[in-house]
Design a protein around this ligand. Structure first.
Ligand SMILES: [Zn+2]
Length: 336
């Protein structure tokens, strides 16, 4: 598959700097697991069984099922027990033939069991890129929180993933509050365009208690919190913001020392804590939702504000991590 667009993630800065032990153990790897490309070569059997041909615009999921194990058989192939969670695009070592296992490249190899999807007519490369992973995650994570129409859903962190969760919740009929920092004003503004009820820009030094009061006064008690930011303060906010019998959806990671959990408080309010990983079985639905959104005048492809060439991958990663003098919503690499 010839890569036409690959998503760049702020967390890749930590991998790039060698701060993530599990990546170092796999290295050298090719980054990039949000991939849109065109079929450049395909065998006769694959052509027949996949219904694809050279030139088709496709995406491929970063993980795929094995021949059979407990988690793959139940549909959660991102947790394959035979391979391990690091076997996929962006994480497979280059030493594993043919080495083309990441979207920061001109080409990726699509193996027999990989899940490739044709991008529907009418979706641009950019719209497909946001749909194929961030929106697919958003759909699944909001559902994992048990979100129902009319619920008040608070999403912490207005990065691409937080925006996608907020959008998925809005489309489910929830009342959505999106929470960020003052530096996130461009991203919070994007959310106002697709119907979030309320946005909160936390001020420097603002305590969690103050933020909770601001949210409750503006929009009432929170039924579901989706925590996408990863910082210790964000985790604390998530666990204290949710109402008794509510649900916290934890999808972001940071170092263990920064993740306080007040276990007694979770029992005293009977809070449900769920930890979904990625988006098995959600890509087709994300493409459908992206088409519905387009029909309603919302193009999630516009979230891609900065595009870099392959030779500027380091700059793209720094931009995505807010290390340059730009405030992107979503960064992508365009190898051609
Ligand atoms: Zn498996």
């Amino acid at each position: 598959m010839e890569v036409v667009l690959c998503g760049v993630d702020g967390s890749e800065l930590h991998m790039y700097k060698g701060e993530m032990a599990w990546v170092n153990e796999q290295a050298p790897v090719v980054f990039g697991d949000e991939i849109i490309g065109r079929v450049s070569s395909i065998g006769a059997d694959a052509k027949a069984c996949r219904g694809l041909d050279v030139g088709d615009l496709v995406t491929v999921e970063s993980r795929w099922p094995c021949e059979g194990c407990r988690t793959c058989d139940t549909g959660q192939y991102y947790l394959c027990e035979k391979r391990n969670v690091f076997t996929g695009y962006g994480t497979l070592p280059m030493s594993h033939a043919p080495g083309l296992w990441g979207g920061y490249a001109t080409h990726v190899f699509v193996p027999e069991y990989a899940l490739a999807y044709k991008v529907p007519e009418g979706l641009s490369e950019r719209t497909a890129l946001i749909a194929c992973s961030p929106l697919a995650n958003g759909i699944r994570w909001v559902e994992k929180g048990g979100t129902k129409p009319g619920d008040h859903v608070a999403v912490i962190g207005p990065g691409t993933q937080g925006l996608a969760c907020a959008l998925a919740a809005v489309r489910l009929g929830a009342k959505v509050t999106l929470i960020g920092l003052e530096a996130d004003c461009e991203r919070l503004e994007v959310a106002k365009g697709f119907g979030v009820f309320h946005t909160v820009a936390m001020e420097r030094g603002e305590t969690v208690d103050v933020t909770i009061r601001r949210i409750q006064e503006a929009a009432g008690d929170v039924d579901v919190v989706v925590e996408t930011a990863g910082a210790g303060t964000a985790k604390k906010l998530a666990l204290e913001l949710v109402r008794p019998l509510g649900t916290v959806v934890n999808v972001s990671v940071t170092t263990p020392a920064e993740q306080p959990v007040d276990w007694p408080s979770l029992i005293q309010r009977e809070v449900t804590l769920v930890n979904p990983l990625s988006h098995p079985g959600a890509v087709d639905r994300a493409f459908e939702l992206a088409q519905e959104l387009l029909a309603d005048g919302i193009d999630i492809g516009e979230w891609i504000t900065h595009v870099y060439g392959l030779e500027e991958a380091d700059k793209a990663i720094e931009a995505a991590a807010y290390k340059l003098d730009v405030r992107p919503v979503k960064v992508a690499l365009q190898p051609r």
